[in-house]
Structure formats: C-alpha cells, structure tokens
Design a protein around this ligand. Structure first.
Ligand SMILES: [Zn+2]
Length: 348
C-alpha cells in the first residue's frame, strides 16, 4: 500500500458565505486545511477591519472542536476604501490582505472597483506596509468574450499595477489560462498566482457534456484544453510562484439548477484526494507538497504549518458523496468524474 506524508495544506482562496451555508461548509475545509484566506464578497461585503473581525467570529463558531484552523481575513476594496483604515486594520492584525474585484466580475461583486485609478492611493499604502493585494483578474466589459476576460485584464490593468507598484505583494487569483501562467512566470518575486483544482481537472467541454451542466459553471469560466494543460504543467512542476486556492464557492442546488444559475463550484470536500490523484497520474507526487503546503506560505512570508497529513492509496476507488445537506436545501459536491484512489487518513 502506498502512503505519503505532507505538511498540512492551506487553501489560499475560499468562499465560506454566511449563515446556514457557512455552518455547513466550514468543516469541509477545516478537516484537511490548517489555514485559508477567506474571501470578503458577502452581502453586504466585508469593508472594514471590524466587519472582518465579526465575520471571523462567525467562522470560528462553525469550526468543529477537533479541528485546528486559522481563518485569514480579507477586506473588499472599493473606490471609497479609506487608506488609513486599511492600514490600521492590517497592522492590528484584523485582516491579512485586501481583495480587488472589478465591479460585476462574479458573485456579489457589485461594489467592486470601476476605475482602477481611484484605488491607487490604497495600493500605494499597501505596498508601503507590505499588505498583500489579491486580484480577481478579469475585465467586466460585456463586449469582451467571456473566455478572453482574464487575458484582457492582464494586458489592460494588471501590467500597469505591476509597473506602478513593483514592491506590492500581489496574488493573481484563480488563474485559468496559459497567458496568466506566462505572465506570472515573468514577473518579480512579489507576484504569484493561485490555481483552483477544477481548472486543473476539467476543460470547458465539461460544461456542455451531454447537455448543460450547471455544476461545472464557475467564474472565471473553464477554458480550452491547452489552458488546462498549461496550468497543470506549472502546478506539477513545483514552481514556487504557483499554489492552491480552491475557489470553493458554494451555492444551493436550487440556485445552480435554474434558468439563470449562479457561478461557482463547491470543491472543498475531496480537494486533497483529487489533487493527489492528479499529481500521481502525472508522476509528480514529489511536488504535491510544494503546491498544497509550501509555495503559498512562502509567498505570504509566513511559516509552514507544524502539523502533517497522511494520504493513502487504496485498492478501491473512492465513492464520492453527491451532496452536502443543509437543513432544507443541499449543495452539490464537485465531482470531476475520474477515478480517485487516494484518501486522507491521518493528521497530526
Ligand atoms: Zn473566488
């Protein structure tokens, strides 16, 4: 029987939502991950350090007693974000980073930034104090083809941010294209990227396989096979600029299976198992720990976790649960429809 042991992973990009959904999904992350960066796109969004502290308390209340887990909180940048408040909330330790959403880019991003020039003073402050900027890297112009929005954002907006603020620590979140991979590789050491598991596992055909498949609809949307391959190549290479951010983004089944369904896949439950299988299939298990547990912490200048997890390869394929049950509703668990033999056995 094959077995590997790695430093306990971190999830550098997750959506916990709030209320009943939060209570249901938090244990799915805290079971296997030691830390996670929590996205601030609630309604209303997390705009201040005090908002973040209250949200963190609601998260902590939902963590099972047996799990040791640290939520790293974020502030939602708007054109009205006060740079002094931002600075204070970071220096007091209330928040870990700030998130830039172009207005309208994804779920609950209506308060996002329309004119990037308006947040330049905030970015300048962040560069000075070492506060990381997390970016949803897509333009929101409806005239731009949905499959090109990441590339256009890199060309029209991200290049200028990098040029103006070379000392700013930046994470381009949930990258989905080979353009993003190449761009990140060519930037200085302050710039890195998170990669979601579903973009490593599936290409855009999955959305239309045998009919319309709402549980594979997410934003940024799945891309062509050549992009999936570029993401996979860099993830399994161990390149220190790239690390896991699940972008696990739960919606209830009713909000997914409707005439205008929400974007997002809920992938927290089997994330480690799926990625271990994927790295195994690519003969790259020796770089799994870098992608899951080391590269992200290094990028954010924080220590690796002390604890470890043990992952075991079984003879029989894992049978995935289909849903996470809420009291009256349910959330569909992401299923990449490939065989997974690895299971997380132990952590200590
Ligand atoms: Zn996200």
């Amino acid at each position: 029987m094959e077995e590997i042991e790695i430093i306990k992973p971190d999830d550098w990009h997750v959506h916990f939502r709030d209320g009943k959904i939060l209570e249901a999904v938090v244990p799915e992350t805290t079971r296997h991950f030691a830390r996670a960066i929590i996205m601030p796109n609630l309604v209303p969004p997390i705009l201040t350090g005090d908002d973040a502290v209250k949200y963190k308390e609601r998260i902590q209340y939902a963590i099972p007693k047996k799990d040791r887990f640290l939520p790293l909180m974020t502030i939602y940048l708007t054109e009205n974000t006060n740079k002094h408040e931002l600075c204070e909330s970071y220096q007091r330790g209330q928040v870990f980073a700030a998130k830039l959403y172009p207005a309208g880019a994804t779920t609950n991003s209506d308060s996002g930034v329309k004119d990037i020039k308006k947040i330049m003073p905030a970015l300048e402050t962040m560069a000075e104090i070492g506060m990381p900027l997390l970016i949803h890297g897509e333009v929101t112009d409806k005239e731009i083809d949905i499959f090109d929005r990441e590339k256009v954002f890199i060309d029209t907006t991200l290049k200028s941010i990098c040029k103006n603020f070379p000392n700013l620590k930046v994470t381009l979140e949930h990258i989905t294209t080979k353009h993003a991979v190449e761009f990140i590789k060519n930037q200085n050491s302050n710039m890195a990227a998170s990669i979601p598991p579903h973009h490593l596992l599936l290409n855009r055909n999955a959305i239309f396989k045998g009919g319309i498949r709402p549980h594979y609809y997410c934003l940024p949307i799945l891309k062509r096979e050549q992009h999936r391959q570029a993401l996979l190549d860099v993830a399994i290479s161990g390149n220190k600029k790239f690390f896991l951010g699940t972008d696990s983004a739960p919606h209830t089944l009713l909000n997914k299976e409707t005439s205008c369904g929400c974007a997002g896949v809920f992938n927290a439950t089997y994330c480690i198992e799926m990625l271990t299988q994927l790295f195994d299939n690519c003969n790259a298990l020796e770089n799994l720990e870098k992608f899951l547990s080391i590269n992200g912490a290094n990028h954010y200048n924080i220590k690796n976790n002390n604890s470890k997890i043990k992952i075991r390869k079984n003879k029989k394929a894992l049978i995935l649960k289909k849903h996470l049950n809420l009291r009256k509703e349910k959330i569909t668990i992401f299923d990449p429809e490939f065989l997974i033999y690895w299971t997380v056995e132990d952590f200590y």
